[in-house]
Design a binder for this molecule. Sequence first.
Ligand code: F6R
Length: 245
Amino acid sequence: MELIIVPGYSEVGAVASDIVASEVARDHSLHLGVATGSSPLSLYEALVERHASTWDYSKLRVSCLDEYIGLPRESEYTYRKTVIRTVLRPLGVPEHQFTSPDVWNSAPEVAAQKFEEFLAEHPVDLQIAGIGTNGHIAFNEPNSGLLSRTRVARLSPETRAANARFFPSPDVVPHLCVTQGLGTILNSRMLLMVVSGAEKSRALASAVNGPLTAACPASIVQMHSNAVIVADEDAAREVAQAVWA
Ligand code: F6R
């Protein structure tokens, strides 16, 4: 596990984008797992600003960590649409190269199983992830199984409240989702976590310094064989000095 600490949010994006671009340079058709939410937006922007003219992203295979259940397929709030808007279009990746849990054409449990099977057949080379204030990763809330697989899960009240900022009103934030499991995420060849802001400092310290525990699902980063965390100073301020070295 490597922890890189940089001054602020835009530097998190710049440094993380350099890591993604160097992986893409080695393999233009790698499988990039993306996250939604605010944390990776500066990374996606930096990929365009710093690297789009240098590298060709059009052959990437892209998948995402999770999808809400209960939104119409054409809703702008689905993670599918969010990835199309923030990743695929800016980077020029064709939509047919993107796979996410298809919760619209089958029962959610079936969509979860199919997505898990897809990831088993096409392992993720580089998975980008954020972290929730309660230590969640993807939508694996506290007390998720450490080796859990892709499944239907319930969002905690804390996560629904945090994500309300993306919706027109807090009441319409879905309660359920399909999420990659912690065991599924551990199958990725490389895990790149991006973390910004003081509100994430407790969760980040627990993830990197605390015990490996389902109480902090992001602590699985300690078990990943090739994990890099890029955090800003505010997010890293509770991390023990020993890990900074
Ligand atoms: C998003 C995801 C979530 C977010 C987390 C942090 O696909 O799976 O785990 O990474 O909720 O969200 P932000 O970055 O908005 O604070």
